[in-house]
Design a protein around this ligand. Structure first.
Ligand code: SAH
Length: 360
């Protein structure tokens, strides 16, 4: 059987045996099935891959965020030992840029212990190559992160976490599920059921029937654990594409840089869903951490000084390299590009100052 269809046939077999899958179960297997999942079988980043992320567009992204973390470290009295964490590091480019940029901050790198949370063996190998020469510890989940002050970045990590979809129906919800019809995968709706976790969507006014709402079951646990580490000192910065209180179906598949039906090629397309930043705020225990406003990527990068950095780098460039550099700056910050769609949010210990750029 061609590899291309193995995961689809496996999922169809499972649906026939035990019934339709939640979208979250479908996403989990498509992305992280140990031998057939998208992230488990390839390096999807960069121009040759399916999509390109901010750290792969320009070193400036990691430099700005790294120096932002370092400023918080200084403001909090330079803790002598801390975890420098990244969730879902992809190729390791962001962490490499952070470590290079913060070499200029005396004592920061020496006090840092690098911890990466990465599910994919393939990507761990690539991260090890990118970060060669640094002492790195990998973990499968945030639960294994040490109980130390924690300076954490997560770029396009939460969007890869599986979501469930629920459609409003009277006073209840019907879950959107993946089933099979005559050997092909298709969507269906499950029985009407209450979903208490979604009740807040009906305030101040009940949602109209037919409204689709997504929720990410893993997000509250992850954010809660991150908050418990940051409560010891440090900060966590989440960057992702999304909104405040997302509505509607945002599940999307990208294969060879082209959007496609999320059911078309299980395991061969990247599947993501927009991040609901309100869910991050709601999952942060107020007794542990405070949460910044949600700020667009373009605005936060400008506030952190990306334009001055872009100009400084441009001094030594010319020709095609300069053009690419100018385009990268625009791509990261311009509202019609990533600048508006991507958002950032920071957590700090309850009562601590917010990171630079998040405090205005
Ligand atoms: N931050 C990187 C990559 C984003 S892609 C960048 O900006 O380029 C998502 C990353 O999260 C990948 O490294 C993927 O393998 C990892 N990942 C996805 N789901 C995960 C999970 N449940 N646990 C740990 N890592 C996960």
């Amino acid at each position: 059987m061609p590899d291309a269809h193995r995961l689809r046939d496996l999922l169809i077999g499972r649906i026939r045996a035990t019934g339709p899958l939640t979208i979250a179960d479908y996403m989990a297997d498509c992305l992280l099935h140990p031998s057939l999942g998208y992230y488990s079988t390839r390096d999807p980043f960069g121009t040759g891959g399916d999509f390109i992320t901010a750290p792969e567009i320009s070193q400036m992204f990691g430099e700005m965020l790294g120096l932002c973390l370092a400023q918080v470290w200084i403001d909090q009295g330079r803790p002598k030992l801390f975890s420098l964490v990244e969730l879902g590091p992809g190729r390791g480019t962001l962490m490499a840029d952070v470590l290079r940029a913060t070499r200029a901050v005396p004592g920061f790198v020496t006090a840092a212990r690098v911890h990466l949370v990465e599910a994919s063996e393939t990507l761990r190998q690539i991260q090890a190559d990118t970060l060669f020469g640094h002492d790195v510890t990998w973990h499968g989940t945030v639960n294994d992160l040490p109980d130390l002050p924690t300076f954490l970045l997560a770029n396009e990590f939460l969007d890869a976490l599986p979501v469930r979809q629920h459609v409003r129906d009277g006073n209840t919800w019907r879950e959107r599920l993946v089933t099979e019809t005559e050997g092909a995968l298709s969507f269906t709706l499950g029985p009407a059921m209450p979903v208490p976790e979604l009740n807040y969507h009906n305030v101040p006014a009940p949602l109209p029937d037919g409204t689709l709402v997504e929720r990410c079951p893993a997000l509250p646990g992850i954010v809660g654990t991150v908050a418990s580490r940051v409560a010891r000192g440090g900060t966590a910065i989440f960057v992702d594409y999304g909104h405040w209180r997302s509505r509607g179906d945002t599940l999307q598949a990208l294969r060879n840089h082209t959007p496609e039906d999320p059911l078309a090629h299980p395991g061969q397309a990247d599947l993501t869903a927009h991040v609901d930043f309100e869910a991050i705020a709601r999952a942060t225990p107020a007794s542990l951490c405070s949460v910044s406003a949600m700020i667009s990527q373009g605005v936060i990068l400008e506030r952190l000084g990306i334009t001055a950095r872009a100009q400084a780098l441009a001094q030594s460039m010319g020709g095609a390299r300069l053009n690419a550099h100018v385009a990268a700056h625009r791509r990261l910050t311009h509202p019609s590009d990533m600048g508006d769609l991507f958002k950032a949010m920071a957590l700090v210990p309850d009562g601590a100052a917010l990171p630079p750029g998040f405090d205005q």
